[in-house]
Design a protein around this ligand. Structure first.
Ligand code: NAD
Ligand code: UFG
Length: 338
């Protein structure tokens, strides 16, 4: 298939682009580089062993989006592009609603005009709101912050569009906590500023860019009191997209929802200790207050994806830490070193 990957220069998009190429698909990337750097493209091309066409523009620009679809005949779209920082979404809700909903409108309008019927959409465990433990896909969706609402709303918008045109095939993929990096250590997660998320923060402590990890609370109702999450290696997540895309070519369902997670929970301290094993020494940490809005426990029930996609996670938490550490060590300042 010829696939348009929106947000293909980003963390999850870049790993997925590579697996799509390896699975024999043709890939075209669109990204405005608002949260990624052009340097990733050269590295992707080196890994893929081929040129990757990239269109650097904002999907909110409907004319450019239309022109892209008019000049390239796509079979499917994988839509990663979006803003994703929970805290920032509370500060700048309008930016989040405008960018995340607007980019989806622009893409889906162009798809409809040009007869592209398959879309894989990046959703999140955040759509389960405060009810994220052992989540199955039939749970009611709601959100606790503007970022989360953009995901709930985009899911609903896509469902409504699919009712109006039953020839469409949409996959809503609800990711749990993506971490890790490509085994080469040449592409990985590259947060700008102080990382919001646990794994990149630990990696920056390990490489000496941060003094210590702040553990946000150790009084949750969990085995060691720290928050529990379902970490999924970004390579397993990327494989889930390839499987979902292939499933869309044969399913009768207009909208398919799949959780992508391991089904296992890991606490903050367990992840820290796994990272210490990868690095070979202890890492400094301090327990501080809970972070507002955090749930105690989040993990997927991935049975539906296991059954319907023939997909499951294959990489352990130790693999996730080893691969993150290789990326961080080789690129202490991310793509700024490129
Ligand atoms: P990322 O920020 O690394 O990648 C997103 C990419 O989209 C960036 O390269 C950015 O420049 C681009 N982009 C944003 N708005 C755009 C626009 N209007 N036009 C063109 N390009 C635009 O994020 P990621 O971690 O790779 O996440 C990808 C998707 O998965 C996002 O939709 C995110 O909400 C979702 N998701 C991520 C996580 C996670 O923890 N990383 C968890 C659940 C869901
Ligand atoms: N944590 C710390 N210290 C840190 C960062 C995080 O202790 O410096 C803890 C958090 O309190 C939480 C766990 O580590 O218990 C994981 O936190 P992350 O920020 O890595 O991940 P979240 O589960 O909070 O958030 C992720 C995505 C969101 C998405 C959400 C779905 O980053 O985009 O999952 O619920 F909305």
């Amino acid at each position: 298939m010829k696939i348009l990957v929106s947000g293909g220069a980003g963390y999850i998009g870049s790993h997925t682009v590579l697996q799509l190429v390896q699975a024999g698909h043709d890939v075209v990337i669109v990204d405005n580089f608002s949260n990624s750097q052009p340097a990733v493209i050269g590295r992707l091309e080196a890994l893929a062993g081929r040129h990757l066409p990239v269109h650097a523009f904002d999907l909110l620009d409907e004319d450019k989006t239309e022109h892209l679809f008019a000049t390239e005949g796509f079979d499917a779209v994988i839509h990663f592009a979006g803003l994703k920082a929970v805290g920032e979404s509370v500060e700048k809700p309008l930016d989040y609603y405008e960018n995340n909903l607007g980019s989806t409108f622009s893409l889906v309008r162009a798809m409809r005009r040009h007869g592209v019927d398959k879309l894989v959409f990046s959703s999140s465990a955040t759509v389960y709101g405060t009810d994220q433990a052992g989540a199955t896909e039939d749970r009611p969706t709601f959100a606790t912050n503007p970022y989360g609402w953009t995901k709930v709303m985009q899911e609903q918008i896509l469902r409504d569009i699919a009712v109006a045109d039953p020839t469409l095939r949409f996959a809503l993929l609800r990711y749990f906590n993506p971490v890790g990096a490509h085994a080469s250590g040449t592409i990985g997660e590259n947060p700008s500023g102080i990382p919001n998320n646990l794994m990149p923060f630990i990696a920056q402590v390990a490489v000496g860019r941060r003094e210590r990890l702040n553990v946000f609370g150790d009084d949750y109702d969990t085995p060691d009191g720290t928050g529990v999450r379902d970490y999924i290696h970004v390579e397993d997540l990327a494989a889930g997209h390839v499987a979902a895309l292939e499933a869309l070519t044969s399913t009768e369902e207009p909208v398919s929802v799949w959780n992508l997670g391991s089904g296992r929970g890991t606490s903050v301290l367990e992840l820290l200790h796994a990272f210490e094993r990868a690095v070979g020494h202890e890492l400094p940490y301090e327990v501080v207050a809970r972070r507002p809005g955090d749930v105690a426990v989040s993990y997927a029930d991935p049975a539906k994806a296991n059954r319907e996609l023939g997909w499951q996670t294959t990489r352990s938490v130790d693999d996730m830490c080893a691969d993150t550490w290789r990326w961080q060590q080789q690129n202490p300042n991310g793509y700024d070193d490129a």
